[in-house]
Design a protein around this ligand. Structure first.
Ligand SMILES: *Cc1c(COP(=O)(O)O)cnc(C)c1O
Length: 432
């Protein structure tokens, strides 16, 4: 399979080269020239997560230099479970994606991308600098995956004061080859600064910049796996509610379905950022500045993967017929967390709560189909929101506790591309 740009301005490219490049050079995003279908190998594969991953992703890697390495890459990336857990009734489920080292679903994609880049690195110039804008969870997942890896430098930008205290701690606690920059601005500011750095030839060449943002195919493709694994283990057509920000996770679910995995309806649950809801209700797609909400990892006003979602379907009418979106306000997020234990026997993080709320709405409207809400993070990452609502402390998973026990440090940085450029150039100068 070859990869092309959503904007059509790039010659067909190998998967390895598309992963190494991050964004397509014409300003678009890389997509497979044709979405592969699941193969007999997928139908026949065992149920273990790395096996499902290998069988599902094999057609996407066919003909690429990484193809022979796909088995070991999947074993590295899919080393922790993603259980499908019932919420009281067999038709109400959650797909828990937070059992990795940093307690959010981003661990899968970050580890998969790292496993790919590590195998490609011998062919690239070292050291590589992985530059990442994060709304909270991507940064720590990438840092954890790259920590102490020879030849790799990681620079994380996050919006100061707009991630949870524990997320901030996780971002700053790695040290060594990982630097955290707390930016005086929003996530969109961080993303704009990183985009400008990638468009800057001097920076790209001097620092050997590489991307680990959710636009990277190395993160997007593996996210198809847990949806496919969940549908298989359910054993019938499974419908999904996906808490959505930049649209990476939900797009992966859509691609899995279009490839032939037995996934039925998909609903995008967003926070009060309504760009997607407006579009799916028939309006135009109009990006706007992100507003701050309790589900901060979804505070996105211009979901970058929308361009890929549009590419996937013939036209907007076809897209609207295959997906819906619903925005959930902070008040409803709070209410859902507050009553989560009584109604469903579980404590939810604010992101997962948007999805649970959407499911509750479907049931109230009489829907009886089986639905899985994708649980994107562990509630202990957002304890300052969750604990006052549920009225007790939330147990901290072991891996998260280990990170919180380390000292943390982040450098302050002004918003705007100029500040990041100056910081990066100073760093190259000082390292000789
Ligand atoms: C990143 C993130 C999301 C949103 O995922 P996208 O792929 O950006 O749509 C939702 N919940 C949590 C906890 C996240 O970290």
């Amino acid at each position: 399979v070859q990869y092309v740009s959503t904007r059509g301005g790039v010659a067909p490219t190998s998967l390895s080269d598309a992963i190494a490049a991050g964004a397509a050079p014409d300003g678009g995003l890389f997509v497979p020239s044709q979405l592969p279908r699941v193969t007999a190998g997928f139908e026949r594969s065992g149920d273990a997560l790395p096996e499902v991953a290998h069988a599902l992703l094999a057609p996407f890697f066919s003909g690429d230099a990484l193809e022979p390495e796909l088995g070991p890459i999947c074993r590295e990336a899919f080393g922790f479970a993603c259980p499908l857990v019932a919420l009281g009734t067999p038709e109400d489920l959650v797909l828990q994606l937070f059992h990795g080292p940093t307690a959010a679903f981003k661990d899968y994609g970050a580890r998969f991308l790292t496993a790919c880049l590590r195998r490609m690195a011998s062919r690239a110039a070292l050291p590589l600098t992985v530059l990442v804008a994060t709304s909270g969870d991507t940064g720590s997942a990438v840092a954890s995956a790259f920590h102490r890896m020879p030849g790799m430098q990681v620079v994380l930008l996050y919006p100061d004061g707009r991630v949870s205290p524990r997320q901030a701690h996780q971002l700053g606690c790695f040290g060594d080859n990982v630097t955290a920059l707390r930016v005086a601005g929003s996530f969109d500011d961080c993303q704009a600064a990183v985009k400008a750095a990638f468009a800057d030839e001097v920076l790209r060449e001097r620092l050997h910049l590489t991307s680990a943002n959710s636009i990277s195919l190395g993160r997007l493709l593996p996210q198809m796996v847990f949806h496919a694994h969940a549908a298989r283990s359910f054993g019938g057509t499974l419908n999904l509610v996906v808490p959505t920000g930049n649209l990476g996770n939900a797009l992966a679910a859509v691609w899995a379905r279009e490839a032939g995995v037995p996934i039925g309806d998909i609903v995008l649950a967003t926070n009060a950022n309504r760009v997607l809801e407006n579009f799916f209700d028939g309006g135009a797609f109009v990006p706007r500045p992100g507003v701050q909400t309790l589900a901060s990892a979804m505070d996105v006003g211009n979901p970058s993967n929308f361009e890929r979602l549009r590419w996937t379907f013939q036209d907007d009418a076809a897209l609207r017929s295959r997906l819906t979106a619903e925005a959930v306000t902070d008040a409803k997020i709070e209410e859902t967390i507050q009553h989560g234990e009584r109604r469903h026997g579980q404590v939810f993080c604010p992101h997962t709560a948007t999805g649970v709320r959407v499911l509750e709405g479907l049931r109230a409207a009489g829907d009886t189909k089986p639905w899985a809400v994708v649980a994107t993070a562990h509630p202990a990452k957002f304890e300052t929101v969750v604990e006052p609502l549920v009225g007790h402390a939330v147990d901290v998973p072991e891996s998260l506790a280990a990170l919180l026990a380390r000292p943390a440090h982040a450098e302050a940085l002004a918003a705007g591309p100029g500040a990041l450029r100056a910081w990066l150039l100073a760093r190259v100068a000082s390292s000789g």
